[in-house]
Design a protein around this ligand. Structure first.
Ligand code: ADP
Ligand code: ASP
Ligand code: MG
Length: 451
């Protein structure tokens, strides 16, 4: 039996957390492959420095070196600490070189390279700590493990077939020798061998990709809450853990904002029917959530609600657009050319409304404006919208379900700006202004899930 365990930022973010994670790994009765995030705060720190434009290479590297050495010094004995320090220094020197080298800055994958550095440090720390505890372990970068990626900078997708070819070749022999591989999450080996990240929170996806490639029996996502919950516990204080979900429910909620899983985590494990567990590193005996193919219906109207904020509705007005399907196709083509994700779409006789991220508005308008002369009357933009995703048993087949949900939305004093119903058979999605989103979620939760 092989289990892939992914530990998130908080699970490797402190001495105490690393102790708990290591104990969970050692207690496992199966062959274990581990995937790790960067220590919490590290990726944000690296990205913050990239964005500030005032990148001071030695300051950045010194801060990161100190943070990791401080933790390692509390976990490792003298001997292992010395060799850890040597390896960490090599990785830090590489980061400093990248930050200082003007040529590297011109590389389209520079951001990916810098933002994925934290995983290279945390994987080393956890692997050394396991060795300190007498457990043979090897830290592997995504390149060494054989995780291949393709796509645009910052938006990589794993190349599942290449990864399935190479990763078992690199990782299985280690398992056969009784070693625990600790693999960097968040990125893969992209075009020309450059690091390509999978988007923020992408280590969950890395875990799923590794589980898929090695034909694991189970993927465990170890995080800082008791599993997949009925809503984000930071928004709804009464949120409850959902013990069992099917792949579609989890995928929809993750895609529409449930941050506990990166939206792309489900597909690689679904393809191979690998069950996924979400568990709490700080409460490992709690059952957590199991996500798999089948789930016995429980009959409740709502099981979980998620929200995706910072969205905009772009409305393209053009007379009788509904009778000109090619025009609709061209508009969609322009969105695709802009490389923008469409979260919902809705049409009427003379308009087409598209839901996209606030940050994509400028690029989308630039592309739509090239449709000039093709009878577009007007384009309107409504920003700061929030998409609410409500998942429940047979939600769409239930007579009156929408009326109940929208009744609760009215009680929260919100206006529904766009509805997307029927696209998925497990969820009802609708858009409200961002400043009403929290009260809508709380209202729905209180009424249909429980305080
Ligand atoms: P990690 O660093 O372990 O990957 P994340 O911060 O990415 O952890 O994800 C866990 C967080 O996701 C939780 O602390 C919680 O605030 C948030 N979250 C949002 N929606 C949900 C949900 N439906 N269930 C559980 N947690 C959620
Ligand atoms: N460290 C990366 C991030 O913060 C990936 C992850 O944690 O999943 O986005
Ligand atoms: Mg995460």
């Amino acid at each position: 039996m092989i289990t892939v365990m992914k530990f998130g930022g908080t699970s490797v973010g402190s001495v105490e957390a690393l102790k708990r994670s290591a104990e969970i790994i050692i207690r496992s009765k199966h062959s274990t492959v581990v995937v790790v995030s960067a220590m919490s705060g590290v990726t944000n720190y690296l990205i913050g420095h990239l964005d500030s434009g005032e990148l001071n290479a030695s300051e950045t590297v010194d801060m990161l070196r100190k943070k990791h050495l401080d933790v390692a010094s509390q976990l490792l004995g003298e001997e292992l600490f010395a060799s850890y320090q040597e390896e960490l220094d090599r990785r830090m020197d590489n980061l400093e070189y990248l930050l200082r080298d003007p040529e590297s800055h011109k590389d389209p994958y520079f951001r990916d390279d810098i933002s994925s550095q934290g995983e290279r440090f945390s994987s080393l720390t956890l692997s050394y700590y396991l060795r300190e505890l007498g457990q043979d372990s090897v830290a592997l970068t995504s390149e060494e493990a054989g995780i291949h990626a393709t796509g645009m900078p910052g938006l990589g997708s794993a190349e599942l077939s290449l990864t399935s070819r190479d990763l078992p070749y690199n990782v299985r022999p280690l398992l056969d020798e009784g070693k625990i591989p600790i693999i960097t999450g968040f990125y893969g080996r992209g075009p020309e061998g450059k690091p390509l990240t999978f988007g923020r929170g992408g280590s969950d996806y890395s875990g799923a990709v590794v589980a898929h490639a090695i034909d694991a029996d189970c993927l465990e996502i170890w995080t800082d809450v008791n599993g997949f919950m009925s809503s984000d516990p930071r928004i709804v204080s009464g949120a409850r853990t959902i013990e069992e979900m099917n792949y579609s429910e989890a995928a929809e909620l993750a895609y529409f904002g449930a941050k506990v899983l990166h939206p792309r985590t489900i597909e690689p494990v679904r393809r191979k029917h690998i069950p996924l567990r979400v568990k709490n590193t700080f409460n490992p005996d709690d059952f957590g959530t199991i996500i798999h193919h089948l789930r016995a219906p429980r009959g409740e109207l709502l099981r979980s609600v998620a929200m995706k904020s910072d969205l905009s509705i772009i409305t393209v007005n053009s007379a009788e657009i509904a009778y000109r399907p090619r025009m609709v196709a061209r508009i969609i083509d322009k969105i695709a050319d802009a490389g923008v994700i469409l979260y919902a779409i809705s049409t009427s006789l003379s308009t087409i409304a598209l839901l996209i991220h606030n940050l994509d508005v400028k690029e989308t308008l630039r592309h739509l404006n090239t449709l000039e002369g093709e009878e577009i009357d007007r384009i309107d933009v409504k920003s700061n919208m929030c998409l609410i995703c409500a998942v429940g048993d047979n939600l769409l087949a239930r007579c009156g379900a929408s009326a109940e949900i929208f009744g609760a939305v009215r009680e929260a004093g919100a206006n529904v700006e766009l509805i997307s119903e029927g696209a998925s058979d497990v969820s009802l999605n609708f858009v409200v202004p961002m400043d009403h989103a929290t009260s809508v979620i709380r209202q729905l939760h209180e009424k249909y899930i429980g305080v």
